[in-house]
Design a protein around this ligand. Structure first.
Ligand SMILES: [Fe+2]
Length: 376
């Protein structure tokens, strides 16, 4: 006996699309059948896809700090973020919470506490539409990143840590000119030079020992570990040595190819796919898909981009299928983060489902279910 059923749906499975029906029992998918059925809600020929899995969104932070000097109530920010996430078809989200203070954010610790506290309280109370986990974005050159890591890495909802280093002249910003145009807002040329010099000093002093500490502790704690903005083969080799499973935003083709050869899951931004280029002038995610080097897409700074990119890729790349594109936003990120109960429409998997109709180029979300419960 099913709790809920859908019929007349275009169901996207792991490697094919069928027109048929799907039944849910006890929050899991219990049956999938091709062809007409008299049972269940009529989905009017819309797509039914697996709920999206998002590993790296900074959108919670953007709701919490909507302007540089404005801090919103963390619980209100979380609910606004959660509604947008679920409304974008995302049923599992790893909220990126940056740890480590710098001159822009001289005391990060209380902010991290408020955000992770809100996620834990709202999750425990069952208030959230999507299932939320914490992704600690560890800024390695920060003087206090280790203390914050030790405080928040052991929270039950913390499942993923990434090691970042946004020092000018490195990784994401190998070109100092690109760095200057990204960070110059509100600074005079002199202030910017001073800021860059301070950043380089912090890098020289802290990055290497902090990397060793965090990689070691992540392994002990069983956290999935990600590298960030690997630009060279040497940096990929370091990531492999650190036990990294996910290479976030490799910035060059050679780094992406090396990470792929080493068996790392390569993650790139969905906005990069939607826009056709990187916002900081690095490699195009679509080119990586073309080269067979991309495993995971992340919505990064636009939640809706995840679904949009997955539907755009098969339209842009001949021979690239919708099941393959959707795997990059559901099954692949689920596996990379160690979640094997979701990410695919298959019997026994969680009934995390999204009803989608393609209107022109835009995949319109018409319904979202998490473990068989309607959440959007
Ligand atoms: Fe970055």
């Amino acid at each position: 006996m099913s709790d809920l059923a859908f019929r007349n749906a275009r169901i996207v499975l792991g490697d094919e699309i069928i027109d048929g029906s799907l039944a849910i029992a006890n929050g899991s998918i219990s049956d999938i059948a091709a062809g007409a059925s008299a049972l269940g809600d009529d989905l009017d020929g819309d797509y039914l896809i697996a709920g999206l899995v998002e590993l790296h969104t900074d959108h919670l932070e953007n709701h919490y700090r909507p302007r540089p000097m404005v801090f919103w109530d963390p619980m209100a920010a979380l609910h606004a973020h959660d509604a947008q996430i679920a409304g974008s078809g995302i049923t599992t989200v790893f909220d990126a919470v940056r740890i480590g203070s710098d001159t822009d954010m001289p005391d990060m610790a209380p902010h991290v506490g408020k955000l992770t506290g809100a996620i834990a309280a709202a999750s425990a109370a069952g208030w959230l539409r999507a299932e939320h986990f914490v992704h600690l974005r560890c800024e390695l050159p920060s003087h206090d990143v280790i203390g914050q890591f030790e405080t928040y890495a052991t929270l039950p909802l913390t499942r993923l840590a990434s090691m970042m280093d946004h020092t000018p002249g490195q990784r994401q910003f190998r070109s100092l000119d690109a760095y200057k145009s990204f960070y110059q807002t509100g600074r005079t040329a002199e202030e910017l030079e001073r800021y860059i010099a301070d950043r380089m000093d912090d890098h020289a002093r802290y990055s290497a020992p902090h990397r060793t500490h965090i990689a070691g502790r992540a392994r002990e704690l069983g956290l999935a570990l990600a590298s960030h903005d690997d630009a060279s083969i040497e940096q990929v080799e370091q990531s492999v040595q650190d036990g990294v499973a996910i290479a976030e935003f490799p910035t060059t083709l050679e780094a992406a190819a090396a990470a792929h050869d080493a068996g790392l899951a390569i993650l790139m931004g969905a906005p990069n796919v939607v826009r056709g280029k990187s916002h900081s002038g690095n490699i195009s995610a679509t080119d990586l898909v073309r080269a067979g080097l991309l495993d995971v897409l992340s919505s990064d700074y636009v939640p809706f981009a995840l679904l949009q990119a997955a539907f755009a890729l098969p339209q842009r790349l001949e021979g690239f299928t919708l099941p393959a594109a959707l795997a990059m936003v559901s099954g692949n990120p689920a596996r990379a983060a160690g979640l094997d109960d979701r990410g695919e429409i298959a019997p026994g998997k969680r009934a995390d489902l999204v009803r989608v109709r393609l209107v022109g180029d835009i995949p319109v979300v018409r319904g979202v279910w998490r473990q068989g419960q309607r959440v959007s």
